[in-house]
Ligand binder design. Structure first.
Ligand SMILES: *Cc1c(COP(=O)(O)O)cnc(C)c1O
Length: 240
């Protein structure tokens, strides 16, 4: 019988190997890709076991569930310096909790939300790292801004004092066809390169794309951050 920790150790090693292979295939270093372990719906004990295996970055979609887990992890394992990423849709009435508890907000798609996050970021914390979520597959996924709206939103967000614009995030529509999978990922890479050119003095270093099913295609297209749930923690039950 294998313990939770042994299972997670093996799964994390498997994901790192997939990243390394995919990166090598396009002449990149696997170390250039940050692995965010998406722990939504899994208990604090699973996060702790992954953290004990050396995993540092965790992604969560639901504000209250996440905050409970963040607090629990601080009690259980204050020795782990974990980095928490909010990756779910952001409602205006949840910005304060996100600003107070997270290190990153990856799913920013409205200026009003960005302004609130900046205003509500506590003075004692570093600026909140922010990604703008782009709806690159158009109608299929409803979250994210249209590529055409990106320059104006980025310009406004860069000017907010308590945020640090780090780049872009996308959840492309799933596809079993590798070519169809690749096109939106390539498009994201172009948008990311354009954003860097437009803001040479900002710290734009992060292109967050790639989940359990499209990790290889995302890394090949230039992703610098993958968000992996199922391949680490297993299948989620539909509790939300
Ligand atoms: C759930 C989720 C993930 C992880 O998806 P898996 O397919 O389980 O790897 C990544 N990104 C976002 C935004 C998610 O909501």
């Amino acid at each position: 019988m294998s313990s939770l920790r042994e299972t997670l150790q093996a799964n994390l090693a498997g994901v790192h190997e997939r990243i390394t292979q995919a990166a090598r295939g396009v002449g990149r270093a696997g170390s250039a890709v940050t692995l965010v372990a998406v722990s939504k719906t899994f208990p604090a004990e699973a996060v702790l076991a992954a953290a004990d295996c050396g995993q540092q970055d965790f992604g969560e979609n639901y504000v209250q569930e996440a905050v409970d887990k963040i607090k629990r992890l601080r009690e259980l394992a204050p020795q782990h310096r974990l980095t928490w990423h909010f990756i779910g849709p952001i409602q205006s009435n949840k910005t304060r909790v996100i600003a107070e508890h997270f290190d990153w907000a990856q799913s920013v798609e409205r200026l009003k939300v960005a302004q609130r996050l900046s205003e509500q970021r506590p003075a004692g914390l570093a600026p909140l790292s922010v990604l703008l979520q782009v709806n690159v597959s158009r109608e299929a996924s409803k979250s994210g801004i249209a590529p055409a709206e990106l320059p104006a939103l980025a310009k406004a967000v860069v000017a907010l004092p308590r945020l640090r614009l780090r780049g872009l995030m996308a959840i492309p529509e799933p596809s079993a066809d590798p070519a169809a999978q690749f096109a939106p990922l390539r498009r994201m890479r172009e948008l990311f390169d354009a954003l860097r050119r437009d803001h040479p003095h900002a710290d734009i270093d992060t292109l967050s794309m790639g989940m359990s099913a499209d990790l290889e295609a995302a890394v090949a297209a230039g992703s610098t951050m993958v968000r992996i749930g199922t391949a680490i923690f297993g299948q989620r039950e539909r509790i939300h």
